[in-house]
Design a protein around this ligand. Structure first.
Ligand code: PEP
Ligand code: MG
Length: 752
């Protein structure tokens, strides 16, 4: 019978023996052979084998118990057999009857057919699998959980030997292949823009020199001191975020603090130390577990949390190895990371960063939201990036198309340099436009506003010279927080927005959650078509307390100044009436409290659902303004999902049905004395904006990046000429009138 409970005392003894071997004489291979013997003995197994990654394959490097002639002969691909499975998923496996497992791959040269049970653990370094450690027994042995733990711990010790001595052999093979070649890698676009710069790894691997501890008590004290240091560092980050008025980052940092104070987490670290590891090796072990869990989790919220935890582990190791502090970046740093927490990105000096590239992540990850807010070109999900480049390598990042060029040739650099220079020249031209009015050649003044969702977006008001915030998407502030913000927190959020906006008006849209904008802490019905499901005003009217809290916060934040509130996805006038009633209740409450009210209150509706277009006579007297959410309106008008890749470009915003809807709306609203704006993507594209102005719109809202070119177009436009031409296009039989409008603009010198 194998001994159970090898963790603790047993594990410590095994680690001590391993340390002696590591410190002893002999070349890497010799010592590895001794190590597998010690492990086999320590774990009472007939076989212990070590596979290491070489040339992308898992090669049997050493074995005790399998046939010696298989060493350096048996090679498995990632994912092949049970060993490949452990490597691919970076997680341990324990099977009493390994041969009946569907992934079992029989290799006759090893003579392993007589061994029935198998337990294996990945050998990890810097979050990457560098090999697999396996033990096997003849009997159908049920390996206990603590035995798996011990094998994982032992795998860490082996990782040290591998990196120190054996990998140099592997490296030599790679070096023989000559200069690394250029590569073109694809990912998903996260934020527009193009950049050329030098590779900077976000987390250069921290060398852990000691894995096996002399004395667990000393290690526990070191851990305690490091956790204290980590908590102080988080407090400082908090204070810095507050100083920078980056309110939305607090929620993210709070999630970190929650982990740092979590007892279960602290407990796991201590257990790893008690099994014989040094404090930093213990953190690395718990980190490896987290990463293995990360690989399994598909839920985006949970993945985010596990990535936060991964970040915390890294910070803790930094505290233990004394490598805390800001990194010195080159002036053209392109940050490369497997994943990254949002707080980490904020710690870098923005002025030195040129772009961000992630191996994981998504366009909606927290770090992506921050990258956009910082206007940093970014690409995510670029597989194997870190394997393809080294620190300092030249990279070109095309954030618009989601492409990364590694060590590009001169031709790519020349083309891109031209593009970068042209973009810079355009930026300078646009900066010159900042203080000039958005007025057409024939004297029509157009109000240009920004769409925003974070404080950093609001700060773009000054840079762009926009008139105000035409759409503040309040749900973004909810999305970057770990839990539903209280009324006080919301009040602070909105007050910060107003403080930055100053005299300029801000239109707050109430929570447009649901659909693709899920709040992780709110339960959802799984609608088959989420965009048409329980979202936006539908949800907040069904949960009036949420709406009341938000309106209460908006009223409180706007004390003594004007407040504009807008409701999203209104489908029928009755919904607007109901929402207004909720607002009335909050106004009454405010009145009774004696607290100051907004100086003026304006209530608007978003026009996003076609049904509302057929209720204009009843709607107009009940609103102070309207705003067209063309993103949603167009998807419902054409019954074409706005996120569908296949349908993208199939229907054109510059088509007779859209122009006809817009024309009717602006005519009727203007006749009814109700101002109407467009705040969907359509408003931010010069040619579309030109058509909207030609139809009679005199107010648009768009992203900060889009505003300068729209302003330049307006300043070249003659509305009178365009309006009569557009009238004819509204009834044209064409699928699209884009080309006609383009030609018209070219003939008349309009800068689209
Ligand atoms: C829209 O639908 O056009 C809009 C502005 O709202 P969102 O893009 O946030 O759905
Ligand atoms: Mg919308």
């Amino acid at each position: 019978m194998p001994p159970s409970g090898t963790l603790g005392g047993g594990s410590r003894q095994l680690l001590k023996r391993l340390r002696d071997v590591m410190a002893g004489q002999g070349a890497g291979q010799e010592r590895l052979d001794r190590i597998v013997r010690v492990i086999a003995q320590g774990l009472v197994a007939e076989v212990c084998s070590c596979y290491l990654v070489r040339g992308g394959m898992l090669e049997l490097f050493s074995t005790e118990g399998l046939k010696a002639e298989a060493v350096h002969q048996t090679r498995l691909a990632m994912g092949e057999g049970l060993v490949g499975d452990i490597a691919l998923h970076a997680r341990p496996l324990a099977l009493a009857d390994a041969q009946s497992h569907p992934n079992f791959a029989y290799r006759p040269e090893t003579g392993e057919e007589i061994f029935h049970s198998l337990m294996g653990a990945p050998i990890l370094r810097g979050g990457r699998v560098t090999g697999v450690l396996v033990v096997q027994n003849r009997t159908k042995r049920h390996y206990a959980e603590d035995e798996v733990e011990t094998l994982e711990t032992v795998a860490m010790v082996v990782a040290e030997l591998v990196s120190a001595e054996l990998v140099s052999d592997v490296g030599a093979i790679a070096a023989e292949q000559g200069e690394p070649l250029p590569a073109r890698l694809e990912g998903i676009p996260v934020h527009d823009g193009i950049a050329i710069g030098a590779t900077v790894f976000h987390r250069p691997e921290i060398e852990i020199r000691r894995v096996v501890a002399e004395d667990p008590a000393t290690e526990l004290t070191r851990l305690e001191a490091a956790v204290g240091g980590l908590q102080r560092q988080l407090d400082e980050l908090f204070a810095a975020a507050e100083l920078a008025r980056a309110g939305e980052h607090e929620g993210i940092l709070e999630a970190y603090r929650m982990f740092a104070e979590d007892r279960g987490w602290n407990q796991r670290l201590k257990e790893a130390i008690r099994s014989g590891l040094t404090a930093e090796a213990a953190v690395q072990k718990v980190q490896n577990d987290t990463r293995a869990r990360l690989a399994q989790v598909v839920d985006p919220y949970l993945r985010e949390r596990l990535m936060d935890l991964d970040d915390l582990h890294h910070r803790l190791i930094q505290h233990l190895t004394g490598e805390v502090g800001k990194r010195v970046l080159p002036d053209d740093a392109i940050l490369v990371a497997r994943s990254m927490g949002p707080a980490e990105l904020l710690e870098y000096d923005r002025s030195k960063l040129k772009a961000l590239v992630l191996e994981e992540g998504s366009a909606t990850a927290h770090v992506a939201i921050i990258a956009r807010a910082l206007d940093l070109p970014a690409v995510a999900r670029v597989q194997d990036l870190r394997d393809q480049c080294s620190a300092g390598d030249r990279l070109v990042v095309d954030g618009t198309n989601g492409i990364v060029y590694v060590r590009p040739g001169d031709d790519v650099i020349d083309t891109i340099s031209g593009l970068v220079a042209a973009t810079r020249a355009a930026e300078i031209r646009h900066a010159e436009l900042r203080d000039l009015p958005a007025e057409t050649v024939d004297g029509v003044r157009v109000s240009l506003n920004l769409n925003a969702g974070l404080l950093v977006d609001v700060a773009q008001l000054d840079r762009t010279g926009a008139d105000g915030i035409g759409l503040f998407r309040t749900e973004i502030g909810f999305m970057v927080r770990p839990r539903y913000p209280s009324v006080a927190e919301q009040t602070q959020m909105y007050a910060q927005v107003l403080a930055i906006a100053g005299e300029r008006p801000v239109v707050f849209r109430t929570l447009d959650a649901g659909g693709d904008k899920r709040l992780p802490y709110l339960p959802y019905d799984e609608d088959e078509n989420p965009a048409m499901g329980w979202r936006a005003i539908r949800m907040t009217l069904d949960r009036p307390s949420l709406l009341r809290q938000q309106l209460r916060a908006l009223l409180a934040a706007s004390a003594g100044r004007p407040l504009s509130v807008m409701f999203p996805m209104v489908a029928e006038v009755a919904e607007l009436v109901d929402a207004r009633q909720v607002l009335e209740l909050e106004l009454e409450r405010l009145w009774h409290s004696g607290r100051p009210a907004p100086q003026k209150l304006r209530v608007g509706a978003m026009v996003e659902v076609p049904a509302l277009l057929h209720q204009l006579p009843a709607l107009l007297p009940r609103v102070d303004f309207l705003s067209v959410g063309s993103n949603d309106l167009l998807q419902f008008l054409f019954a074409a999902d706005r996120g569908s890749q296949r349908l993208a470009g199939r229907y054109d915003a510059l088509s007779p049905p859209v122009l006809s809807v817009m024309s009717k709306l602006v005519r009727e609203a203007t006749a009814g004395g109700v101002p109407v704006t467009v705040c969907g993507e359509m408003a931010g594209r010069p040619i579309e904006a030109m058509a909207l102005i030609g139809l009679g719109f005199s107010s648009l809202s768009m992203s900060a990046a889009a505003l300068p070119s729209v302003k330049a177009m307006i300043r070249s436009l003659h509305v009178g000429a365009l309006a009569s031409y557009l009238e004819r296009l509204v009834t044209a039989p064409d699928r699209s009138v884009r080309e006609k409008l383009r030609a018209f603009a070219a003939d008349h010198g309009f800068a689209i």
